[in-house]
Structures are given as structure tokens and as C-alpha cells.
Design a protein around this ligand. Sequence first.
Ligand SMILES: Nc1ncnc2c1ncn2[C@@H]1O[C@H](COP(=O)(O)OP(=O)(O)OP(=O)(O)O)[C@@H](O)[C@H]1O
Ligand SMILES: [Mg+2]
Length: 262
Amino acid sequence: MTSDSPMIELQGVSKTYGTAQAPVHALLPTDLTLAQGEVVGLLGFSGAGKSTLLRLINLLEVPSSGRVLIGGRDLTSLPAAELRQARQQVGMIFQQFNLLSSRSALENVSFALEVAGLSSAQRRERSREALSAVGLSDKESAYPAQLSGGQKQRVAIARALAMRPQILLSDEATSALDPHTALSILRLLKQLKRERGMTMVVVTHDIKVASYLCERSVVLEKGAVVDRIDMSRPEPVSRLGRFFFETAKGWTDQTELPQEET
Ligand SMILES: Nc1ncnc2c1ncn2[C@@H]1O[C@H](COP(=O)(O)OP(=O)(O)OP(=O)(O)O)[C@@H](O)[C@H]1O
Ligand SMILES: [Mg+2]
């Protein structure tokens, strides 16, 4: 990796599912660049293509066109073994936490390291370090069923951190949490940005999340970027972008829907 390359660069990346007869254009050709340490929000309604875009960044989805560069390296051209290695720079967290219910917090974190081939001593050390970073050192033996939603998300964040990634992808990570717990998780993410310079892409429906955490946001509608917003001076140009900011003020009978629901 060269120090002047962007951390993440999508060049004309698109994704079409389905068949030639019945294609689903989940993401139209999209450019997106993040410098190291930048945190960018991905806003959009259900089905807009947010998760698809996120999964294209670590090539969990193979692009239908375009290139994905991480630290200047084109992931789309890497052989499988190198791709597996490059993916270790990218951690991911989800709305539903995706923890293994039969494993303790420590074992959940250590599992990803096992897959990556670390020794048992290294796994233990890294897992403890990651659980400590999320404030859960006292819960290492607890099973997911014994943890609150916020604690489960902390375990999932620890699991993502254990590989010491430079990038964190977050898919609605706080959507299933109450506002107080959500804020505590967002503070943890902000701390990771501040202290580790982590680069993040944060999918959310919630403009408050983007306003708190992100320098910029991209608004997606039906697979297309319709707005790119500087969160320090938000001036949305699209109806959908404006709608997201309107809803932050609360809903009234006058709140205009960007598109009529059918
Ligand atoms: N594996 C798949 N096969 C076929 N179509 C898919 C697949 N994954 C997603 N899609 C379609 O692509 C579009 C975008 O889906 P995506 O999951 O990216 O949306 P999203 O913005 O994350 O939505 P949500 O907010 O509901 O999570 C949708 O029309 C969806 O049905
Ligand atoms: Mg999604």
C-alpha cells in the first residue's frame, strides 16, 4: 500500500442480480473514494442498494463492472489467497450481530482468528485485547443469550477488531438498539476513528447516526447515488436527501414523502 492512495476507492462499481431476462440493478455504476480515517454514511430506503454497496467493498459481492481498490490495491484482480488476506484489513458489523450462540464472547471473537490461522496463544491475547477495547473484559465467558443487545454488538465489534483491520464496514449496527445503547455504540465507533484512525462506511436509515459519526454521506435511491452531503454543512440537493434531514426534526402531517408509497 502506498501512503498517498485513498484507503477505499470504488471506480464505476455496479451490481446486477437476477438473469439477463429479469435483471435487478441493485447498484448502478458508482464512484466513491475515502481517505484514510474518513467516515462516510450510506443513507437510503430499504432496497436502495446500501448493503450491496457495502458488501462490494470487501468483495463479499463480486462487482458486475468496475474496480474496487483498498489502499491502492485492486481487489478485483487478486487471486483467491491474496484476496482472503486483503479482506483481513476490513472488519464488518451487522444489525443482528451474527454471533454464534454456542460460543462464549471470547470464543466468538477468537473464532475469526482461528479461521485466519493464528496460534491459540495469539488468539487468546488478541481476543482479550479486543474485548477490553470494547469494555467487555468481564464478559469473556458469557454466552450471547446472557448479554444485552448493546453488549452483543460490542462483542461483534471486538470480533471485527481482533484482526486489527484498517477499515470497518457497519450495516445498520445500531438499528436494533434503543437510543441510549445506540449512542454508546456510536461513541465507541467514534473513539475507534479518533484513536486508531479507522476508515469506516456506515449504512444507516437514521440521519442522526450520520450526523454524529460521519464527515460525509452518500444518499442512494434505487441503486443510484442521488446526493453527496458534507455533514458539517449539509445542503442536500435531492428530494430524498432533504427528506432525511426533515425527518430528523420529527414527523408532522405536513412532512412530504419523497415518493408516494404504493
Ligand atoms: N442476492 C441477491 N439476489 C437478488 N437480488 C438481490 C440480492 N441481494 C439484494 N438484492 C436486491 O438488490 C436490491 C438492493 O438490496 P440491498 O440489500 O442492497 O438494499 P438495502 O438498501 O441494504 O436495503 P435494506 O435497508 O432493506 O437493508 C434490492 O432490490 C434487493 O432485492
Ligand atoms: Mg441492507
